[in-house]
Design a protein around this ligand. Sequence first.
Ligand code: XMP
Length: 514
Amino acid sequence: MNQEKIVVIDFGGQYNQLVARRVRECNVYCEIYSYKTDLEQIRAMKPMGIILTGGPNSCYEEGAASCRKELFEMGIPVLGLCYGAQLMMHVLGGHVCKAPVREYGKIEVTVDKTSKLFGDVSEKTICWMSHNDYIERIAPGFRTVAHTADCPVAAAECEEKKLYAIQFHPEVLHTQEGSKMLHNFIYEVCGCSGTWKMDAFVENSVKEIREKVGNGRVLCALSGGVDSSVAAVLLSKAVGDQLTCVFVDHGLLRKNEGDEVEEVFGPKGPYRLNFVRVNAQQRFYDKLKGVEEPERKRKIIGEEFIRVFEEEAKKIGAVDFLVQGTIYPDVVESGLGGESAVIKSHHNVGGLPEHVDFKEIIEPLRDLFKDEVRKVGLELGIPEKLVFRQPFPGPGLGIRIIGEVTAEKVRIVQDADAIYREEIANAGLDRSIGQYFAALTNMRSVGVMGDERTYDYAVALRAVNTIDFMTAEAAEIPWEVLGRAANRIVNEVKNVNRVLYDCTGKPPATIEFE
Ligand code: XMP
């Protein structure tokens, strides 16, 4: 595909994916590469522009993440952000050192509106700063185009060479006009025209998949989650009934979820997929009997899932392609993209099946961020309810029930969770909270219902806000919403007499409650 592209060079900053997402939001495709990537490789990609991310080092220290001077001499526009800005100055002959005053948080920045970056930005604008070092002296040929009370160089540029350095973080939403600044770099400096659109993505992918698959047979494990649903519909649009989808109901799904998935993707749904639903609930409950340790539960569920899937695949016979719903953050986080490789141990359902006879894997969403996957889903006409579904772990409620998993406990947590979700939606909070759900603690305590003493379970409610799911803060849900949910749960769900709200962040807790 001949696509205009921006390359993000990652120096280990926590916002690397955010930078790339913001660029994509400007309708320009972009990819993340480690700072160790060979310069020739970058040049060969013919990027329209390069963005250097932040990073944890001091650029003047021995062994700090660095880049070659030639990066700035290729005639390709470069925008350095935070560490990237300091590095640009350092490499080109400016001076970076420890700042007399460390800046952190929202800071008022005064910009020079004659700079291409800031033409339509207010002269005084709130930006997000986070730095210990600062640019004490800019490199020769540059001019300062923004400052703050404590930071003499909040931005600098060499317009002639199309080099731009910004000390703050335009990619973070706290920088109120950050999107404009990135837009200005991408369009005014790099000259992009904005070719990255999801309707074009669908059209191109369908064409590519058709070419690749030919008359081959394709198998897809459908979980009902956003990624696998979008992948399945995309494949079905491309190759029709050469595709078979297998949906394993492990009995650990949210309330009614199995039926909802069947309604959309089953024989009566709009897509006419070859859809196989395997009702394996009891099989999973049997395997989980007496197991309390969370990692063991995860392992059992993952392995059993693969076994069930393999058995079903065997009935179908040899296939040519297996579909995986891998998305771009998975690629980056497994160390193939950027620098800050956080290897996620939890992969959806325990790896690839070993005993399925297939030749090749197809990953149609490999280049997309989650919000883009959702856009593709809408483009394909998948119902909004499915497209905006929250993240849901592969092991499902198995890891939202503390202690042994039983059918009875699954029923309790399903009912409580359904009520909680309903109340959050009624309050109009369902799209603004990152992730929220009910979990079942293993604690039982004394309560009183009517005139009777009860000895029942406590349900825990969780809601977090997060950018990347690596860190998160507990969401501040209005008390009345929590109160209503709690009331309904104890009244409507049998065997629950207490509801607790988890106000811990990640770290030290995790998002899931296992
Ligand atoms: P934790 O609990 O590690 O969760 O803070 C971070 C995010 O990952 C999701 N999660 C999973 N997703 N398979 C998945 O597909 C899993 O095994 C799994 N475990 C956790 C979790 O829901 C949250 O969004």
